[in-house]
Each structure stands twice: as structure tokens, then as C-alpha cells.
Ligand binder design. Structure first.
Ligand code: ATP
Ligand code: MG
Length: 267
């Protein structure tokens, strides 16, 4: 089946107060291969936006570019704008380290450090110069509470993070990201390695977090996108064909490819 790649439907917001981050004509190359073909998307504040689409459509590539994680992959080139509070994240001269405090990331596989729960959360803060024990304790508690993990670990903060279950480890990674007080959380299939119960707790955590954060999540799980996201962008072959409110994407998409994908009749 082939789709008309010029057929698109992308919503936009009132940028001044509603948009936390947007990209303009974002392109990503791996060597000679253009993997993202000029994506324009706007992410509304305090909302969850799901990035969906078939394998290889560019979801992770796009997500990684939003806080310059592609920088670490040799041969990549990113052009276009990534605007966050009047700063173009894609400008070569910005302080990437500082930017990542504002735009944090959680990866597909839980990747806690092989340290205690407490140290996982305080490690980066200490590196940024925070030495006040009481303040560190407070941040540990509030981050774990927001990540819905506090009750389960409060008596074992000095035990190894590696002794936690997969779902708990992933919530610890979310707590670790939150401890830096970011505005935006990027998550690439954060629940794909988890069982259904852990997936449920991570989803619940994200829904609660949107009160304070703007969340952008890549997911292969259509039910998950439908359950937790406010907006959904459908990626196909390196472009976004449709971007709209999640309920519209799942009930009456405007583009045939989206309809086929969300209904499982794809390819
Ligand atoms: N490190 C890399 N080096 C070269 N090409 C890459 C690299 N990472 C991704 N690509 C290519 O870029 C395109 C988009 O890949 P990407 O991983 O972003 O897709 P995806 O939508 O996240 O897929 P999946 O759902 O399988 O995770 C693919 O053609 C892929 O082969
Ligand atoms: Mg991916």
C-alpha cells in the first residue's frame, strides 16, 4: 500500500502561552541518509503528546534530537529549529548540559546506576554542586513521591537500585529525571520492557506528572497512547502525516495512513 506523503493534517497552537517546545523544518541525517524530513510540531504545555508510527518511521530519532541526544551518534546532522523559551536548542553554541536539566529524558530500558536508590537521584544534583544534605533529602523524597515510588522504597533508600523490580527501576529513572526539575520530559517507550502491572503504574505516574511537566512519549502501544496522551503525532517514513488531539486520531483520523495504523490494518 502507498500513501500520499503530501497529504497532511497538523494542528497548531497559540505559541505565546501554550507551547512548551516546537520544531520547525527539523531534519536529521545519518550520514547521507535523511531520516527525518523537515518536521514541524508544537508541544502543548502540561500535556502528554504521544509519538506513534511504524518501526523505523523516525520517532526515536526525532525525540532524541529534542534534547540533542543525537549529538553522541557520529555522522548525524540535525538542521532546522528546536525552539524552547526563545532558545534554539539546535544552536551549536548553547550549553547542552544546562539545556538537558530543562529537557530531561527517560529511556526504553530502565538504566539506574549501580548505586543506591538515594544516590541515583542525588548523583547529578551533587555534580551540579548541591551539597546541602537536607535539601538533597527533600528532593529525593519529593521526586520519589512524584514518581509514585516513595512508599515502596522510603525505608530502603540506601539499598541498591538494581534490587528493584523493572517497573520500580523505571519509576526510579523517572524520579531521577524529575529531580533535576525539568520542564519537559522525553520518554522513549518507557514501559515496553515492563509487565502490564508495572506498565499501569508508570502510565498513572505520567498522567499525574503532566500537572507540572510537559511530556513527550514514544510508544508502540496504541492503547497506551489512547489512554494517557492528549495529543498524538503519527510518524511515517520520517515525516509526520497527522497530528491532532488523541481522541480524534483514534476515532476519526483525517489521513488514511493514520486510520490504517491505529486500526492495525497497516501495510
Ligand atoms: N544510529 C543510527 N545510525 C544510522 N541510522 C539510524 C540510526 N538510528 C536510526 N537510524 C535510521 O533512521 C530511521 C529511523 O529510525 P528510528 O530509530 O528513529 O525509528 P523508530 O520510529 O524509533 O523505530 P522503532 O519503532 O523501531 O524504535 C531508520 O531508517 C533507521 O534505520
Ligand atoms: Mg524507536
Amino acid at each position: 500500500m502507498s500513501y500520499d506523503m503530501n497529504d497532511r493534517h497538523l494542528i497548531t497552537f497559540d505559541k505565546d502561552d501554550k507551547v512548551a517546545l516546537y520544531t520547525e523544518d527539523l531534519k536529521v541525517w545519518y550520514g547521507q541518509n535523511e531520516a527525518i524530513h523537515g518536521v514541524d510540531l508544537e508541544f502543548e504545555k502540561n500535556c502528554i503528546t504521544a509519538l506513534i508510527g511504524p518501526s523505523g518511521s523516525g520517532k526515536s530519532t526525532y525525540l532524541r534530537s529534542l534534547n540533542r541526544m543525537n549529538d553522541g551518534i557520529s555522522g548525524t546532522n540535525v538542521t532546522g529549529k528546536i525552539m524552547y523559551k526563545d532558545v534554539d536548542v539546535n544552536r551549536k553554541d548553547i550549553d547542552v548540559y544546562e539545556m538537558r536539566k530543562r529537557i530531561g529524558m527517560v529511556f526504553q530500558r530502565p538504566n539506574p546506576f549501580s548505586k543506591s536508590i538515594y544516590e541515583n537521584i542525588t548523583f547529578a544534583l551533587k555534580r551540579h554542586g548541591e551539597r546541602d544534605k537536607q535539601k538533597l533529602d527533600e528532593i529525593v523524597e519529593s521526586s520519589l513521591k512524584q514518581a509514585a515510588l516513595w512508599e515502596q522504597v522510603k525505608d530502603n533508600l540506601h539499598k541498591s537500585a538494581l534490587a528493584l523490580s523493572g517497573g520500580q527501576q523505571q519509576r526510579l529513572c523517572i524520579a531521577r529525571a524529575i529531580a533535576m526539575k525539568p520542564d519537559i520530559l522525553l520518554l522513549d517507550e518507557p514501559a515496553s520492557a515492563l509487565d502490564p502491572i508495572s506498565t499501569g503504574t508508570v502510565e498513572e505516574t505520567l498522567v499525574n506528572l503532566k500537572e507540572n511537566y510537559t511530556i513527550i512519549i514514544v510508544t508502540h502501544n496504541m492503547q497506551q497512547a489512547a489512554r494517557i496522551s492528549d495529543y498524538t503525532a503519527f510518524f511515517y517514513m520520517g515525516s509526520v502525516l497527522e497530528y491532532d488531539e488523541t481522541r480524534k486520531i483514534f476515532t476519526r483520523p483525517k489521513i488514511k495512513a493514520t486510520e490504517d495504523y491505529v486500526s492495525g490494518h497497516f501495510g
